[in-house]
Design a protein around this ligand. Structure first.
Ligand SMILES: Nc1nc2c(ncn2[C@@H]2O[C@H](COP(=O)(O)OP(=O)(O)OP(=O)(O)O)[C@@H](O)[C@H]2O)c(=O)[nH]1
Ligand SMILES: [Mg+2]
Length: 299
């Protein structure tokens, strides 16, 4: 790794907030790659995912996290909440993401967690483009200012490039000086195999988010990466036989569509042809079963 001058900055930044506020959208925009999957359904992200942004002047290691909540209390949700709390130690900056101008029980839970955190706090008020009454923003900000000692409050839309650039410049100002912490050509801590499974899960959630919101998980059984072709075999896990039938659909139509959509995204991401086989298997009540969770990668 090239040694940088003393003015180089590097640090860790965690992105936290309740489900569906736009954390993963923000991460992807910040690092300009689709590392974390995004759907309109809450509880899309299930694990910590790091995205690394390196420039000649600085390196930021962002961690996207699952949405913090206490609506659901089963084993998978306990795992997801733990991913959030674990992301809050040994970091420099926290982006606390909320949605303009909403504040609920789960936002308050996140605020409580952050009371114990020593890192610099930035409040990111997302989805500004959806806000009809601009006049409601100031009282909202004034109310949130009382809750935690924010170093910055940044209303934005994670979908707008220039808003995200401005946020990034504010983050850089708060980073400590130091050498790069990761190789400067690395964009994530996750393997391509992991990302492939996530892309497939995204398509399942997009298609069946209403019928099977939190009941599916994806594992990759075969991952053969050759110069011209990536061959993959993936298993989509569900909790019950009835869910398996929904996922497969009449004449296998639903599974075929999911496979076709995932393949297009994977071909874009890997810039090569992808051969994808998909299977659906049942693992009874896996969201409640610690052993099954481990087998599916929630360890
Ligand atoms: N209009 C608008 N929609 C947004 C914006 N940012 C995110 N979204 C949408 O909000 C939904 C949730 O976005 P995600 O990025 O998956 O949210 P998240 O906080 O990562 O959600 P979880 O992983 O479930 O905790 C998606 O449909 C996004 O397209 C924004 O700035 N404006
Ligand atoms: Mg997410």
């Amino acid at each position: 790794m090239r040694v940088k001058g003393p003015e180089f900055k590097a640090g860790y930044v965690s992105i936290v907030g309740r489900p569906n506020v736009g954390k993963s959208t923000l991460l992807n925009r910040l690092i300009e790659h689709k590392i974390s999957i995004v759907t309109r359904k809450p509880q899309t992200t299930r694990w910590q995912i790091r995205g690394i942004k390196s420039t000649p002047e600085y390196q930021i290691i962002f961690t996207d996290t699952p949405g913090y909540q206490n609506n659901h209390k089963n084993a998978i949700n306990r795992y997801m909440n733990r991913e959030v709390t674990n992301s809050l130690s040994h970091i420099d900056v926290v982006l606390f993401v909320v949605e303009a101008v909403k504040w609920g029980r789960n936002d308050a839970l996140v605020a409580d967690l952050l009371k114990e955190v020593s890192a610099t706090l930035i409040l990111v008020i997302n989805k500004l483009d959806l806000l009809k009454e601009r006049s409601s923003l100031l009282p909202y900000i004034n109310n949130l200012k009382e809750k935690l000692p924010f170093a910055e409050i940044v209303p934005l839309s994670a979908r707008r490039r220039k808003d995200v650039d401005l946020l990034e410049s504010k983050i850089v100002a708060m980073l400590p000086s130091g050498e790069p912490l990761f190789p400067t050509d690395q964009i994530s801590d996750r393997s391509t195999r992991f990302l492939a499974a996530e892309y497939i899960r995204e398509k399942v959630m997009e298609r069946l988010g209403d019928e099977l919101p939190y009941r599916t998980s994806v594992t990759i059984d075969v991952f053969k990466d050759e110069p011209e072709l990536l061959s993959m075999s993936a298993t989509i896990w569900v909790e019950r036989r009835s869910q398996r039938a929904i996922l497969i659909g009449g004449n296998g139509k639903m599974l075929k569509s999911i496979g076709a959509e995932a393949r297009i995204e994977l071909e874009n991401f890997f810039s090569k042809k992808v051969y994808l086989q998909t299977w659906v298997k049942t693992k009874k009540n896996w969201t409640e079963d610690i052993k099954a969770l481990k087998m599916l990668g929630y360890d």
